[in-house]
Design a protein around this ligand. Structure first.
Ligand SMILES: Nc1ncnc2c1ncn2[C@@H]1O[C@H](COP(=O)(O)OP(=O)(O)OP(=O)(O)O)[C@@H](O)[C@H]1O
Ligand SMILES: [Mg+2]
Length: 245
């Protein structure tokens, strides 16, 4: 299957960035953190973003997550052009379509596992205990639902952060160095969870310095100076692997 066929069979695009720029001005100096970047994401697709420090990975995730605005270019999320939206409309896109996880987890230390996962529902004024329970089961923490974050290891904390990012049923999961603070065995588990979620149609974009994690995606994009300088498609390999199983 070619890259394009893979995307076609998976239906509509979740994301389309065209000629995206994000420029910062520092005195007389201008830094182009993104410089004409193109990217698409289909439902069920896992894309890894690699590149040395300062190449623009976090800046890209922040644009897609509507946490920051591009200086120029087009960015469509679930079919909506978001570049001209008002702050409140961007917050709506974030709430309805995007889940975010980070290297440092950012769990609330005084809340239990299930309370941390439930939190975004409360902010969205929704009630969905079934979703909370389903996610706790999926991340394998049913026995720890009333534990506090400090009672968990790093891998389990990141599982909780993944569940929290997904509780509002986003279409896109953004992960910035999700395994940066984890031991090797937990790193594999995170990717296992991403794969299961992708089978249900979630699109995942993860920035990583971990070559093994990057290689386990469907596609890997390498950034340099704010643009894509190389792209590798692993869907063919993945398909062959599946056939061998
Ligand atoms: N708020 C800001 N003001 C000015 N320059 C910024 C700002 N945020 C990022 N930059 C610059 O934009 C470029 C891209 O930074 P970015 O954080 O996106 O890189 P990165 O690929 O995520 O790096 P790392 O691997 O270290 O996380 C860098 O040159 C950085 O210094
Ligand atoms: Mg970064």
């Amino acid at each position: 299957m070619t890259n394009d066929e893979f995307r076609m069979t998976n239906g509509r695009r979740l994301l389309e960035a065209r000629d995206l720029w994000r420029s910062y001005h520092r005195g007389s100096e201008t830094i182009h953190a993104l410089a004409g970047l193109n990217l698409t994401l289909a439902p069920g697709e896992i894309v890894s973003i690699v590149g040395r420090s300062g190449s623009g990975k976090t800046t890209l995730l922040n644009q897609i997550g509507c946490l920051d605005r591009p200086s120029k270019g087009s960015l469509k999320i679930a079919g909506t052009e978001v570049t001209g939206l008002k702050e409140q409309e961007l917050a709506g896109i974030r709430r309805d379509h995007i889940g975010f996880i980070f290297q440092l987890f950012y769990l609330i230390p005084t809340l239990t596992v299930e309370e941390n996962i439930r939190l975004p529902l409360i902010f969205a004024r929704k009630h969905d205990e079934q979703r909370v329970s389903e996610l706790i089961e999926r991340i394998g923490l049913s026995k720890s639902r009333r534990a506090l974050p400090k009672q968990l290891d790093g891998g389990d904390m990141q599982r909780v952060a993944i569940a929290r990012a997904l509780v509002n049923r986003p279409k896109i999961l953004l992960a910035d160095e999700p395994t940066g603070r984890l031991e090797k065995k937990s790193r594999g588990a995170v990717l296992g969870i991403f794969r299961e979620l992708a089978q249900d149609g979630l699109g995942v974009i993860m920035a990583t310095h971990d070559p093994e994690l990057a290689r386990d995606a469907h596609r890997k994009l390498e950034l340099s100076d704010g643009r894509v300088v190389s792209e590798e498609d692993y869907t063919q390999d993945n398909k062959q692997q599946k056939e061998q199983m």
